[in-house]
Design a protein around this ligand. Structure first.
Ligand SMILES: [Zn+2]
Length: 116
């Protein structure tokens, strides 16, 4: 794996990280505003709750992605980027290009998903 490739992935990861952070911040802000303006009667409360659940789910997804991105950046700083976290084999560059935050090779990732 070339230093240029790692550098390129690092840039993409840092861009993704700041995107996700902004998004999470914006959502938190929006939710605060919505809570303040909510009238509090039971009908609104019900719709608020489902909106909250939806946002919570989206937030969780973003938070998970942020964690993955941070893990990948950590791997870069440890000079272990592109090496599978589980089996220690190299992750193909095409996979990293498609998903810069990948820390598992496809075989381990598939096993991981099957277990869940
Ligand atoms: Zn592996």
């Amino acid at each position: 794996m070339s230093a240029e490739f790692v550098e390129e992935m690092k840039e993409r990861l840092m861009a993704e990280r700041s995107d996700l952070m902004h998004k999470l911040q914006r959502d938190a802000q929006r939710f605060k505003t919505e809570c303040k303006t909510g009238s509090g009667d039971s009908v609104d409360l019900a719709s608020d709750e489902s909106a909250f659940k939806k946002m919570e789910a989206a937030n969780k997804l973003d938070a998970n992605r942020l964690t993955a991105v941070e893990n990948a950046l950590k791997r870069i700083s440890e000079n272990k980027y592109g090496i599978c976290l589980k089996c220690g084999k190299k992750i193909p560059e095409e996979r990293l290009r498609a998903l810069p935050s990948a820390v598992l090779c496809i075989a381990c990732k598939t096993k991981d998903e099957r277990r869940r």
